[in-house]
Design a protein around this ligand. Structure first.
Ligand SMILES: NC(=O)C1=CN([C@@H]2O[C@H](COP(=O)(O)OP(=O)(O)OC[C@H]3O[C@@H](n4cnc5c(N)ncnc54)[C@H](OP(=O)(O)O)[C@@H]3O)[C@@H](O)[C@H]2O)[C@@H](O)CC1
Ligand SMILES: Nc1ncnc2c1ncn2[C@@H]1O[C@H](COP(=O)(O)OP(=O)(O)O)[C@@H](O)[C@H]1O
Length: 283
């Protein structure tokens, strides 16, 4: 498969997509991120995504995921609001099992996707792509992408994606009409409008459980804080996701540097996000 030109997202690119809250802002104006993630098997995915969203800077995180997970989320981040209400963007699916979804949960996910609001679809929410009505980015890794395409009658193996991730990301964006962030040592982002961006990850220590859940939280926070822009510029979701991927990569670098280049955990990456955001704002 042949693809167009891909360009590496830079710190200056990312910096241009960030802004500080102003004197007129309040928590609602800055943006509320609605989060439906986690499951009894994977409560940690919800905790990590919510942590990362708070650390990126958002007016409020409203967690309405499974009741069994709420306690863990609130214990880690008591700032989180756990009652349903108005939101400006959604993070859906991390730590969920698409093959074991209650009727109620399916309804809540569908309701979120029918809202016309910006959405991040991760992990156990990926199968719902196509029911989205707002600016949406899907965030699969290679196995998840192969599974998604296979389920849509597009034959594809993990080995084929490894051989040409750019082409498969682009084909997915075209055929599913959605922005795609394909995770890996090089993360590929593209959309049906032809935007093609790479983010070369800063450290291979990132290849550890839960770092993708952290990335989902960062994208969700940026989507919520940019909801007004996204309402008239849906294509901005790809640039915001690229900015999130770069923040995530830089946070991993910082977290590893703090240990002389040693290993990082997903939570370390989330904790390093504010310093990265601060540094980008000062550029
Ligand atoms: N702390 C948390 O709560 C975290 C929660 N997380 C959440 O977990 C969910 C699943 O996400 P994932 O990414 O683990 O699922 P994915 O890779 O699609 O499927 C797994 C399958 O891959 C295969 N397999 C391949 N190689 C393998 C190997 N070497 N060793 C073992 N297996 C190997 C193997 O299949 P098999 O080959 O056995 O058929 C296996 O069954 C998702 O909702 C995510 O958000 C995670 O983010 C982690 C932190
Ligand atoms: N070899 C690698 N080098 C650097 N970064 C990687 C590598 N493999 C994966 N990553 C990054 O690590 C994160 C892993 O996300 P994901 O696969 O969803 O993990 P999880 O589901 O455990 O959270 C992604 O941001 C991805 O780009």
């Amino acid at each position: 498969m042949v693809t167009g030109t891909w360009r590496e997202w830079t710190l200056d690119d990312a910096s241009a997509w960030l802004s500080e809250p102003g004197a007129d802002d309040d928590k609602y104006r800055r943006g509320v991120l609605g989060v439906i993630t986690g499951s009894p098997d994977y409560p940690g995915a919800a905790v990590l995504g919510v942590e990362a969203a708070h650390r990126t800077g958002v007016g409020m995180v409203r967690f309405t995921g499974p009741r069994a997970v709420r306690q863990a989320v609130l214990a880690a981040r008591p700032e989180t609001v756990a009652v349903p209400g108005r939101v400006q963007a959604w993070l859906l699916g991390s730590g969920m099992d698409s093959t074991n979804r209650s009727f109620r949960l399916a309804g809540e996910l569908q309701h979120a996707l029918a809202s016309g609001l910006p959405s991040v679809l991760d992990a156990g929410g990926l199968d719902l792509v196509g029911s989205h009505t707002g600016p949406t980015v899907i965030t699969p890794h290679r196995r998840e992408l192969a599974r998604l395409l296979h389920d849509r009658d597009i034959p594809c193996t993990v080995e084929e994606i490894d051989a040409d991730p750019a082409a498969w990301a682009e084909r997915t964006a075209q055929q599913l009409r959605v922005a795609v962030l394909l995770k890996g040592a090089v993360t590929h982002l593209c959309d049906p409008d032809g935007t093609r961006i790479t983010v070369t990850e800063s450290t291979h220590w990132l290849a550890s459980a839960g770092t993708g859940d952290v990335l989902g939280g960062i994208i969700g926070a940026l989507a919520a804080t940019h909801h007004e822009r996204l309402a008239h510029d849906a294509a901005a979701i790809t640039h915001l996701a690229a900015t999130a991927a770069l923040i995530h990569s830089e946070a991993a670098r910082r977290a590893s540097d703090a240990w002389e280049g040693g290993p990082v955990t997903a939570l370390d990456v989330a904790h390093a996000v504010p310093a990265v955001v601060g540094g980008l704002l000062r550029r």
